[in-house]
Design a binder for this molecule. Structure first.
Ligand SMILES: *Cc1c(COP(=O)(O)O)cnc(C)c1O
Length: 398
């Protein structure tokens, strides 16, 4: 009797989501040639993936994964502190530390697990965390789990952050820990934070800084022509890699595989190994995942052609969208097109799919209420013809 009542209640909640066009389900999407994928039996151009460099299907990564399987098998057997640290992990973490100009690095099973675990490990109820309003959900969940006092400043508004830092200083004891936490490239808006200014502010207020480079890793590198680019993210772009206390990022977006890294000082990384519950209590990643990640970290530093192709495509979409008079501009490979309400967004999403373009509609709570949007992401694998086709279709359906 009791559970029937409960099930009815869940059904009503799902019906309410459907009524607002906010019911979600997973679509089957099968990779095809280049930027194509098969959805509902048809080959369409995928503009919804974070596979920015096309590495997810790269033969060099596949070979590295297969080699790791042949040598070590498909599973890792245990959590890393028990018996799951394969020698490949050691190699990968050394590579990542060098890649990020950090003293040392630690691999987590996913970006979500990294963010939840590291905030829980680094701060507690006496401490303060200062978050950009649009930070990724995993950072929000990490703050909640940590029990720290946390506050959100207006998106990219460093004056507002400074107010918050001042207010906290007036109340907080000098011994409490203060962390500023931000995405570098914001995944749903395609904009980014000026890390030079943010680092300066953090130093001025004695706060530590955690930067989530999930969407910037492999996509941005040094902006100084005299410095060879490692393409490790926006910390490198702004020349502040060594002034960011923890650089976190994923191995699953630009790097094409799965997993996440955190790079920083030995003190902080040892703290994570000893305290982050999502690290301690979860089985280590499978060897092929680590093997592919080692290859990906190497390739983003040595094969500039992928990044070049990606940024050529960004320039192409910007130009064509401006020519077509579409309200679609971005400085990054993420182009948001905010339409406002969910039904309208999903209607355009369905029409685009019928026309051969897979552009996912993004609805609350992923984005704030009233800002449902199409989110177009570019990759190195798109062709100018595909981008032109998308712009034409958008012109027709908006
Ligand atoms: C995707 C993402 C994560 C989560 O990473 P996963 O490896 O997918 O769990 C964390 N932070 C940001 C900013 C992200 O975009």
């Amino acid at each position: 009797m009791k559970t029937i009542h409960m099930m009815n209640s869940y059904q009503q909640e799902l019906d309410a989501l459907s009524a607002e066009d906010r019911f979600r389900h997973c679509r089957v999407v099968t990779p095809d040639e280049g930027a194509l994928c098969v959805v509902e039996g048809r080959s369409v151009v995928n503009f919804s993936s974070n596979n920015y460099l096309g590495l997810a299907q790269d033969p060099r990564l596949k070979a590295a994964a297969v080699n790791a399987i042949e040598q070590y098998g498909v599973g890792s057997g245990a959590a890393r502190l028990i018996s799951g640290t394969n020698e490949l992990y050691e190699a990968l973490e050394e590579d990542i530390a060098r890649f990020k100009s950090a003293e040392t690095a630690l691999v987590f099973n996913s970006g979500y697990q990294a963010n939840v675990g590291l905030l829980q490990a680094l701060v507690g109820p006496k401490d303060w965390v200062f978050c950009d309003k649009l930070n990724h959900a995993s950072l929000v969940d990490g703050c909640l789990l940590s029990g720290a006092r946390w506050t959100r400043y207006r998106h990219l508004d460093l004056n507002h952050l400074e107010d918050r830092l001042r207010q906290a200083d007036a109340k907080a004891s000098p011994s409490c820990k203060k962390w500023i936490v931000t995405d570098s490239l914001f995944s749903m808006d395609g904009d980014s934070v000026d890390l030079q200014a943010l680092v300066t502010l953090a130093e001025q207020y004695g706060a530590a800084l955690l930067v989530d480079e999930a969407h910037a890793t492999g996509v941005y590198g040094s902006r100084e022509p005299s410095k060879p680019s490692r393409n490790s993210g926006l910390s490198e772009y702004f020349g502040v890699s060594q002034r960011v206390d923890l650089q976190m990022g994923t191995l699953s977006k630009g790097l094409g595989g799965f997993g996440a890294y955190v790079a920083g000082s030995k003190i902080l990384i040892d703290t994570l190994v000893n305290r982050a519950r999502s690290f301690i209590f979860s089985t280590a990643l499978p060897p092929p995942v680590i093997g592919a990640a080692i290859k990906a970290v190497e390739l983003v530093q040595t094969d500039e052609s992928m990044k070049q192709a990606l940024w050529d495509n960004v320039a192409c979409l910007r130009r064509l969208a401006a020519q077509a008079g579409l309200p679609l501009q971005s400085e990054s490979p993420v182009f948001p097109l905010v339409l406002g309400d969910a039904p309208k967004t999903m209607a355009v999403c369905r029409k685009l799919l019928e026309a051969g373009y897979f552009v996912q509609g993004i609805r609350p709570p992923t984005v704030p209420e009233g800002t449902a949007r199409l989110r177009i992401t570019l990759s190195a694998a798109h062709t100018p013809v595909q981008i032109e086709g998308l712009v034409q279709a958008l012109g027709q359906f908006l």
